[in-house]
Design a protein around this ligand. Sequence first.
Ligand code: ADP
Length: 251
Amino acid sequence: MIEVQGLRKTYGDRVAVDGISFQVEPGRIFGLLGPNGAGKTTTISCLSGLLKPTAGTIRIAGHDVVTDAREAKRSLGVVPQELAIYLEISARENLRYWGGIQGLSGKDLDDRVETILARVGLADRAKEPVKAFSGGMKRRLNLAIGLVHEPKVVLLDEPTVGVDPQSRGHILELIRERAAAGCAVLYTTHYMGEAEGLCDDFAIIDDGRIIAEGDLEELLARAGDAIQRHSVPEPSLERLFLHLTGKELRE
Ligand code: ADP
C-alpha cells in the first residue's frame, strides 16, 4: 500500500509539489494524471526515495521512506521515465544484474528473469545486446527491470511515452496483471485516454496540486456536468481537465 500525506517539494523558490495526499490500496491502479511540469516525476522521485520531501510523509507497505528507507525500498519496484538499462549487454544480463541488486540469487533469480523476459515478449531476443533494440523493446525491458523482484508496490513514470502500439499493449497488460496479483500500482501519464482504460482511481494534478480525484464514474460525472453547461460532446478526463484549468492537453 502507498500512503502519501501532505507531500510538498520545492526546488529553491519553485514549488514542484504543493501538499498532495493520496492512498493506493493493494490490487488497485492509481492514475496520477497531469500535463508536463505538473509535478508527477517529482512525486515519484519522492516516493522512491530519490528526492527528500520538503514536507509531508510517505509510507510504502507501512514503512516511512525517509526514516525507514531500507524496508520501504524492499517492497518497491520503480519504472523511471529515464531508461535504467545498459546498452552493451543483453536483456537477460541487464535483468540478472538488477535482480541481483534487489537481493535475488541462484535459481530464484534465474526463474524470475526467464519469467519476466517471456512476459514482456523479449524471450527470443534475450541474448542480443540491448543497443540493437527498438525504442519500444527498451521500454519493455525497463519495465521488466522494475518488476523482476515481484515488488508489492510499483511506481511507473509515463512508461508508454513514445512507444509503438504493440509494446504499449504489452506494457499495459502486464501492469493490469501485477495489480490483479495484489500490487498497489501508481501510474503517471499525460495520456488521459490511456489512463481511463487502465486505472481504477485517479488524481488529476496541475501546478503541483490535486485538482480532482475519485474513480472514473465520479470524475466523468463531474465532466458530464461541465459538458451539459457548455454543450460539448462526450465526457472524458481530458474534458474535465480542460474545464478545471482552461488548459488544453496536447498528446
Ligand atoms: P512532470 O513529471 O509532471 O512533467 P516534474 O515533476 O518533472 O513534472 O516538474 C514539476 C516542476 O518542477 C516543473 O515546474 C519543473 O520545471 C520543476 N522541476 C523539476 N525538476 C527540477 C529541478 N531539478 N530543479 C528545478 N526545478 C525542477
